[in-house]
Design a binder for this molecule. Structure first.
Ligand SMILES: [Zn+2]
Length: 253
């Protein structure tokens, strides 16, 4: 037996050892750090309204939720709340972590909802309005709720796709279930609908109440914020734009 062959198995053992050590190191690193490293390695970003689902592996959301729960417990402790003995807050950290990961911010951690696009076989070329669709989000500045309504105007052409009515609500929910800024939320939604529908024109209007205005700050109960994005024929054709806005008003209340 020559030396090279004798050494080879030893090298394999060394390799296995190094691999195991790296794995153990990995296990000691919080999952959020490992996910961030994956996002950065892929050249992506992880802003509050970004979707990072492609960097999260099967089963990891449970672990991430546990990490958030531990951190939330720390926040409650820093607020000097007796989470050991106070029956109201004993389970709050777990509830909040679940609410963030699985519900109100789930649009960051889940892949887009499946949407089947149909070709515009009937060559529809009339203005179509969908709405009002209820939207719920949270402001990225205070994590306070944003509640509102969305209207979508679509001007199809023969190359456009059509999607089912309920799919608009699903896509809206996916974009809004992230800490958002209203102006960015409406632009993100317009980009997504543009990509799915490829219409001649697209209009998106979002009217919302910001609870960071009601609950804190100026404590103004009346103010609403309205944002719109107009693209293609809605941008070029003022008659079409006016028709959309007029029809939207009649469906508003
Ligand atoms: Zn705010």
């Amino acid at each position: 037996m020559d030396d090279a062959k004798a050494i080879a198995p030893q090298e394999l053992i060394e390799q296995a050892r190094a691999q195991k050590a790296a794995q153990q190191e990995d296990e000691g690193t919080p999952l959020s750090v490992r996910i961030r490293q994956r996002v950065v390695a892929s050249g992506g970003q992880y802003f509050s309204n970004d979707n990072i689902a492609e960097h999260i592996r099967e089963g990891e959301l449970d672990e991430l939720q546990q990490e958030v729960e531990i951190r939330m417990r720390g926040v409650l402790e820093s607020l000097v709340i007796d989470i050991e003995n106070d029956h109201n807050t004993q389970d709050t950290a777990r509830r909040v972590a679940k609410m963030f990961i699985r519900e109100v911010f789930s649009g960051r951690y889940h892949a887009p909802p499946p949407v089947t696009e149909f070709p515009n076989a009937a060559k529809l070329n009339e203005l179509m309005i969908v709405g009002p669709i209820t939207m719920r989000s949270a402001c990225a500045h205070h994590l306070c709720p944003i509640m509102g309504k969305v209207w979508v105007g679509v001007m199809p052409n023969e190359h456009s796709n059509l999607i089912g009515l309920s799919k608009y609500a699903r896509l809206i929910d996916w974009v809004m279930s992230r800490p958002q800024i209203q102006e960015e939320a409406v632009a993100q939604l317009a980009d997504l609908l543009q990509e799915k529908l490829r219409p001649d024109g697209l209009a998106v209007v979002l009217e919302a109440e910001h609870f960071c205005m009601h609950w804190r700050g100026v404590k103004d109960n009346q103010s609403k914020m309205v944002n719109s994005v107009m693209r293609g024929s809605f941008l070029n054709d003022s008659v079409l734009r006016r028709e959309f806005l007029a029809l939207m008003q009649t469906s508003a209340r």
